[in-house]
Each structure stands twice: as structure tokens, then as C-alpha cells.
Ligand binder design. Structure first.
Ligand code: GDP
Length: 297
């Protein structure tokens, strides 16, 4: 069985916050994620080309790290939560300053609140002549969402995902929020986490992006994710760099599973390969039985 051992205080170290970006369509989620990803490519790296693996990590000038889930929109967020994965520590909600609080903005706010995850507002597109960030802040206040600037507790920053204006300060606010959350994890144990995305690559086989939440994942570890399992044969970061170990809050793309697990599936590392296989077989059996039952009804 999976051993549940309480971590000792002295084993815990700070870990980077894991951030999800949500907001109404066209308000700039993808632009913000793209800007952050590009800006944080270390100078001299392969032309700044990064692969889309569903998540990436950035290191700021001060050496601090943030991990981003690179699937904008709340579908991914709710899908993960529905499967029991609580991956997100902080939600950035992007609101276009030339628009209004829109239905999906409200949905994003409710999702974050239901999950008990702190929100940071990114009031976007302030480079546009018709941008009116104050109107947005007023609307938020009208919804009982008072930002700090207006005497409240919620962090917010005016940005342009297009020019990059304010994005650095926004990330500083993410780190500030992370400090308040006091995120800690024990890197010295078998890895645990959740699946971000997975697909079948014609040449490589099943490629899964997973987020390590606790412990450290190493090459050769035997992993069980949902109903799939296998030995980790290779690991890469979002730049395609080969890595041999991934600690807490590190997104990593792996080869070696016998199928594509579903986004939000939790994963564990097993010392005993046989045990992992048995559990995987049991899970597959249960799922088959469930689908037979739903078909009968
Ligand atoms: P998403 O649907 O929330 O992912 O929105 P996108 O990132 O795709 O952006 C929608 C459109 O708004 C695109 O045409 C972007 O180029 C544009 N856009 C995003 N951010 C900004 C910004 O800060 N300023 C301006 N002027 N345009 C932006």
C-alpha cells in the first residue's frame, strides 16, 4: 500500500507556487502565458524555443521560481479538481481593461473561491487607448471583491500582455502571495503529484507531462498514474533538456508509461513494481465494471 508518513518539520523546504491562469475568452490568457514563457528563457538558450508540454517553470531575476500550468481556461482547472488533484496554489484571473466583467470572468472567480485558492487579478490590455482599468476595479468592488489599492485584501496589477508592461510586478505579487501561503514540501521521498496532460507520440510512444508536488522523481522510478504504469525511461523539461530528477513544483515530461493517463490523475512512485501493476489492473477492472453498469442503465 501507499505509505502515509507525516513529514517532519525539518524535512520540509520551500517550494515554488503552482499558478493557473483563467479568465474570459480573448481577455489575454494565452498572451500572458506566452509572454512569461518567452521572457524567462535564459539568455543564450536554443533561440527561446520551448515545447508546449502543458506546464512550465520560470526563474525570476532574484532566483525565485514559479510553475505555470500552461492550459488556460477553467476547463482544465475543474477537470483536475473533479479528479481530486489540487495542483493550483494561486489563480491569476485576466480581465481585459477595454471590456467588462464577463460571464467566464465570474465563473473563474467562483471556481477559485470554491477551491479556496487565492486570486490575483491581472487587469490586461492597458496599452489600449480605450482601456479603463478603474471601471474594472469598480465593478469588482461592486461584487465585494476589493483589491488592495482600494483598501481590500485581493492583489491586482495593471498589465499589458502584449508589451509586457507590469508583468514583472504581477509575478512579484504572485511570489508575495506564495510567501503568505508558506508553501512547503519534502523533497526527500518518492514522488507524488498529478498528470497535466498526456498523448501518444508516433515516434516516442506515450508522453506524459506530470507535476511533481511532493518528493523527487528520478529516472528508473516505477510510476502509477490513474490506470497506467511504467518505469520512467526519460525526463525532459519544457525546453527539451534532459533531466534526471525533478523535485517539488517541477513540471516534467516523461516517457515510459503503458498508456496516456487523464489530466488530473494523481500519480505515485512505487518501490515494488509488482504492487503497482496489481493496483493498475484493479483500477482498469473497476473502470470496466463501472462502464458496463452505466451502459445498462
Ligand atoms: P485568451 O482567449 O484569453 O487566451 O486571449 P488571447 O491571449 O488569445 O488574446 C486575445 C486577443 O487579444 C489577441 O488578439 C491578443 O493579441 C490580444 N491581446 C492580448 N493581450 C493584449 C494586450 O495586453 N494588449 C493588446 N493590445 N492586445 C492584447
Amino acid at each position: 500500500a501507499i505509505e502515509v508518513v507525516e513529514d517532519k518539520e525539518e524535512d520540509l523546504v520551500n517550494r515554488a507556487p503552482i499558478v493557473t491562469v483563467m479568465g474570459h475568452v480573448d481577455h489575454g490568457k494565452t498572451s500572458l502565458l506566452d509572454y512569461i514563457r518567452k521572457e524567462n528563457v535564459i539568455a543564450g538558450e536554443s533561440g527561446g524555443i520551448t515545447q508546449h508540454i502543458g506546464a512550465y517553470g520560470v526563474t525570476l531575476d532574484n532566483g525565485q521560481k514559479i510553475a505555470f500550468l500552461d492550459t488556460p481556461g477553467h476547463e482544465a482547472f475543474t477537470a483536475m479538481r473533479a479528479r481530486g488533484a489540487q495542483l493550483t496554489d494561486i489563480v491569476i484571473i485576466v480581465i481585459a481593461a477595454d471590456d467588462d466583467i464577463m460571464p467566464q470572468t465570474k465563473e473563474a472567480i467562483s471556481h477559485a473561491q470554491a477551491a479556496g485558492v487565492p486570486i490575483i487579478f491581472a487587469i490586461n490590455k492597458i496599452d489600449k487607448p480605450n482601456a479603463n482599468p478603474d471601471k474594472i476595479k469598480e465593478r469588482l468592488a461592486g461584487m465585494n471583491l476589493l483589491i488592495e489599492e482600494w483598501g481590500g485584501k485581493i492583489q491586482s496589477h495593471d498589465i499589458s500582455a502584449k508589451t509586457g508592461l507590469g508583468v514583472k510586478d504581477l509575478l512579484e505579487k504572485v511570489l508575495l502571495e506564495a510567501e503568505i501561503l508558506d508553501l512547503k514540501s519534502n523533497p526527500n521521498k518518492p514522488a507524488q503529484g498529478a498528470v497535466v496532460e498526456a498523448f501518444l507520440d508516433k515516434g516516442k510512444g506515450y508522453v506524459s507531462t506530470i507535476m511533481v508536488q511532493h518528493g523527487t522523481l528520478k529516472i528508473g522510478d516505477y510510476l502509477l498514474a490513474g490506470k497506467h504504469h511504467g518505469k520512467v525511461k526519460a525526463m525532459q523539461d519544457e525546453r527539451g533538456h534532459v533531466i534526471t530528477a525533478a523535485g517539488p513544483s517541477t513540471p516534467v515530461s516523461i516517457l515510459g508509461l503503458d498508456g496516456a493517463p487523464t489530466a488530473g490523475d494523481k500519480f505515485n512512485v512505487f518501490e515494488d513494481e509488482k504492487e503497482a501493476k496489481q493496483i493498475a489492473a484493479k483500477r482498469s477492472q473497476l473502470m470496466r465494471e463501472q462502464s458496463v453498469r452505466t451502459q445498462r442503465h
